[in-house]
Design a protein around this ligand. Structure first.
Ligand SMILES: [Zn+2]
Ligand SMILES: [Zn+2]
Length: 212
């Protein structure tokens, strides 16, 4: 009997962070030393531990069976525990998931934005680049390739400390950064683009790429 094809787990939205690094410099940034937390594993922890849903409720949200949810959740917790105890980076990527179809990512500047589904991806609203792909495709690409190449997100260090501002990479709308709320979880109300930390490497990178 051939194995049943795995169904994609549904995520309401992509994680707003690309990963975590230990506070002390005493960790290896080598690829093999990074814990790769799949998108569905991140979602499982978010639903069960952060939103405190029961496993049954959480499994329904992700459109998987209860035993499947439990398996994903167990795997997620083991990985996070390993990273905590062994002082490893966590990188959130890959996995077998489906996003709402209206999320896109620019491969040139790494901006992530929402656009009405059904519309063509078109040009990046921030840098004008034409290498814009559905976030779904970005995830699929990753699953097929080895980690690293072709990734728009996750290459940058974020802002430092708890103070500062979140800023829209296109229109420079600024809001004060709230502790515990990643800038990436905010969408610019004018542009529907994910905000970034003003003092982050990614914002500097975007400014260099942004169309004048
Ligand atoms: Zn762009
Ligand atoms: Zn904006």
């Amino acid at each position: 009997m051939s194995p049943r094809p795995k169904r994609r787990r549904i995520l309401s939205e992509p994680p707003s962070v690309s990963g975590f690094v230990p506070e002390s410099g005493d960790y290896s940034s080598a690829a093999g030393d990074t814990v790769v937390l799949h998108f569905e594993e991140y979602e499982a922890i978010k639903l069960a531990d952060y939103e405190q849903l029961t496993q049954l409720e959480a499994s329904k949200r992700m459109h998987v069976s209860r035993p499947t949810f439990t398996r994903i959740y167990d795997s997620a917790r083991k990985k996070v525990a390993k990273a905590f105890i062994e002082n490893k980076r966590i990188s959130i990527e890959g996995g077998h998931v489906a996003f709402d179809a209206d999320w896109y990512r620019c491969e040139n500047c790494g901006s992530v934005f929402k656009r009405k589904s059904g519309k063509k991806a078109g040009h990046c609203p921030v840098c004008g680049g034409d290498n814009v792909i559905p976030l779904q495709q970005a995830v699929n690409n990753f699953s097929e390739k080895v980690r690293g190449a072709g990734r728009g997100g996750g290459r940058f260090r974020g802002g430092r400390g708890v103070a500062g501002f979140c800023i829209c990479p296109k229109c420079d709308e600024r809001v004060e950064h709230a502790a515990g709320v990643p800038c990436g979880s905010l969408l610019c109300p004018h542009c529907n683009i994910r905000m970034v930390r003003e003092d982050s490497e990614h914002y500097q990178y975007i400014l260099n790429k942004r169309k004048k």
